[in-house]
Design a protein around this ligand. Sequence first.
Ligand code: DQA
Length: 144
Amino acid sequence: MKLLVLNGPNLNLLGIREPDIYGKESYAALVRAVKEECRRRAIGVKILQSNSEAALVTAIQKAYGKYDGIIINPAAYTHTSVALLDAVKAVGIPTVEVHLSDVSKREDFRKISYVGLAAKKTIAGKGIAGYLEAVAFFAEGAKA
Ligand code: DQA
């Protein structure tokens, strides 16, 4: 199994960025934790962060035929990007949406998720552990 993990804008600033909301762990720590979980489960993984919507769309397009699952935290593009939703639908790769914070308990504009409309599962409010839960979801057969 091969997973593609995509992280959207400003997630590279984890640890610095609003730590009360997003936690004190760095982006490097997130990458380490996901890689370790995938190694433990013998799953191949590529992890990418971009501040650019276009780069994220291109990464999803390029995943076609190469990855068994996508784990995506589209960050602010969650709430705006029909292009990311369309890309996920276009490639037809099972996708899990992850958010570090509980977006359902924040501002109203964060309650809308475009990618979420195509996601098999959304995990929010569990910090970095949410990414590990997404890996487990794929490892255990992505059924829910
Ligand atoms: C986020 C939530 C989004 O609303 C926000 O724009 C982010 C991060 C999260 O992981 O909690 O950048 O996706």
